[in-house]
Design a protein around this ligand. Structure first.
Ligand SMILES: [Mn+2]
Length: 245
């Protein structure tokens, strides 16, 4: 199969459109369609902080419904899902921008987008195993020995990364560098931790190049194993980008 996996969009819809055009997708139908029948993949975190979260949901929903894309959820998707279910979630960490877009809609439009997102989320796998297991898309990645499992431990890892439960001095969770120790043959394509350049090691590719923090939006092309990026229009927030030793 041929697929272009897109990193964390976080409402940066205009960059998403630019990236798909750079990858050769055509928008005549209102959706990005590739003349060579390539598909799109999404690592999750479609919404929050950026300007066009709801338009991003609309487009990804339609792509998945039309079998043009694969989507797996991120931690921001999980929180938005719980918000749409009416659960008592904190409207923080960027969710406030998505909620503000939502609250500006008419009740009818609210109902439409809420139903679409709930449908998208409830029908998404925790992570996607594609190309006979040679390609895995998982929001924060996945350890080799977790592949095939769906239990709570794996859910936490896939949505939040290899967290220790401790926090850094700046309040962010401590995340272990699982990719450094990955020894599998399958390619793991993921996002979640913003990096200034795509980080490709040991058949893992972190393609969250921090678009919403002024970095870039990146795609990983499979089976070519190449990345393609477009610059962000957002202000640059350098402290949001992780560096690895
Ligand atoms: Mn995330």
């Amino acid at each position: 199969m041929q697929i272009d996996v897109i990193g964390d969009i976080h409402g940066c819809y205009d960059e998403f459109v630019s990236l798909t055009k750079k990858l050769g997708y055509e928008w005549e139908s209102g959706l990005p369609v590739h003349p060579n029948k390539r598909k799109l993949g999404f690592v999750g975190d479609l919404t929050d902080r950026g300007p066009k979260s709801l338009q991003t949901i609309e487009t990804v929903f339609s792509l998945v419904e039309n079998h043009l894309a694969y989507y797996v959820p991120g931690n921001h998707c999980n929180k938005l899902y719980r918000f749409f279910l009416g659960r008592n979630v904190q409207i923080t960490h960027g969710l406030e921008t998505t909620v503000a877009e939502y609250e500006a809609l008419s009740p009818r439009e609210q109902s439409s987008i809420r139903k679409k997102f709930i449908h998208l989320y409830e029908n998404a796998p925790l992570y996607a195993r594609l190309d006979d297991g040679n390609l895995i898309i998982a929001h924060a990645g996945i350890r080799q020995d977790y592949i095939g499992r769906l239990d709570k431990k794996v859910q936490t890892f896939v949505l939040y990364g290899d967290i220790t439960g401790e926090t850094n001095p700046d309040g962010t969770p401590v995340r272990r560098d699982w990719a450094k120790h990955y020894k599998g043959a399958a390619w793991i394509v993921y996002g979640h931790t913003p990096v200034s350049k795509p980080r490709i090691i040991n058949h893992t590719a972190n393609i969250d190049t921090g678009c919403v923090f002024g970095g870039a939006l990146t795609a990983f092309r499979y089976p070519e194993l190449e990345t393609v990026s477009v610059p962000s229009s957002m202000p640059h927030v350098p402290e949001k980008f992780k560096t690895f030793s």
